[in-house]
Design a protein. Structure first.
Lengths: 168, 168
DNA sequence: ACAATATTTCAATAACTTTTGAAAGTTCGA
DNA sequence: TCGAACTTTCAAAAGTTATTGAAATATTGT
């Protein structure tokens, strides 16, 4: 397989994966393009590489920077801005986990806490079922929260290798 | 807070969470409705409870059954079919993990394996960067795969409590 | 076998998301 | 301060996904 083919296929697959994760396709593709680029790329190069418009490129690069997995760099002697992706996939993983936790898990934890306050008679089976479900989910959510926090904090591989030993 | 309010809010939040996870909103809401119902619900009850059409209800209940987190039950003396949700959230979690792994991680692993075969000269920095990225991602993906498999296989809580002890 | 009741399908359409590209804004060197 | 080079914005258009509801299909009791 030739490099150009391989690159194209990688960009495609990464884009698909992103789409299934609620990240928009272009955003994931830009990330892929930057991941395999040996040098920083300019906005123009991104536009050409993926055949997308200027506005689209700008918007998605900005979002990637928000997520903390792409950075702006200045190349000496160049007026333009260039971009690079975090190449350590572990870091990329923790960055994504951090972002998703913030957007998804934290709000639901807040709601669950509220919903525990539902009034009512334990003898009413509707009340009982509701309460039990809430308590169950809350327990699970807290465990997930703890695991995720540990993952996010671990910038090193020790966590992972320890985990793997335990679950084997 | 009254039960009816609390229910409505839970359904709303669960729907939102689902949407962010790439599950469609209605599917998540039906799941929420079933989770807090003390008795099996019929298609009609789901339609009324969420104010959705018959077709929509049918389609999404079916999908939930595909995922293995909702079941059809027959109530003696009734012609209709009724539905219940798996109430053990841990099980729900593993079912979702299983489904997502199948749809997302497995295909990317396959592609990565292919892409490692890219031809070329190690001295070319483009080839080198590409190879390194692929190897990196592959390593990470395999670790994730291992962790996910362990999680999926664990139907019991031992895995989780052990994990929590280790990372504390 | 028939009528009554329940479920499934699917084409039309509504709702939502992404992309474009031209215009407005910014920055920088001379 | 001007203008060239670049970046950002945003309203309109394209593209995608979810929902409806009526028609087709299936199931059940008599």
């Amino acid at each position: 397989m030739k490099l150009s083919e391989a690159k194209a296929q990688f960009i495609q697959s990464w884009g698909l994966l992103g789409a299934q994760w609620g990240v928009n396709r272009t955003m994931a593709q830009i990330h892929a393009l930057l991941l395999i680029a040996p040098e920083p790329l300019s906005a123009e190069e991104i536009m050409e590489g993926l055949d997308i418009s200027r506005g689209n490129a700008n918007m998605n690069v900005r979002e990637l920077m928000n997520w903390g997995i792409v950075e702006k760099v200045l190349v000496p002697g160049e007026r333009k801005e260039f971009f690079i992706a975090e190449k350590d996939i572990w870091r990329v993983g923790t960055a994504i986990a951090r972002e998703r936790k913030k957007r998804e898990l934290d709000p639901i934890l807040k709601v669950l806490l509220q919903l525990n306050k539902v009034e009512g008679d334990q003898k009413d089976k509707h009340v009982k079922a509701f309460r039990e479900t809430m308590q169950n989910i809350q327990k699970f959510a807290h465990q997930t929260d703890a695991a995720l926090n540990a993952f996010i904090k671990s910038e090193e591989n020790w966590f992972y290798s320890t985990l793997l030993k335990v679950i084997k």
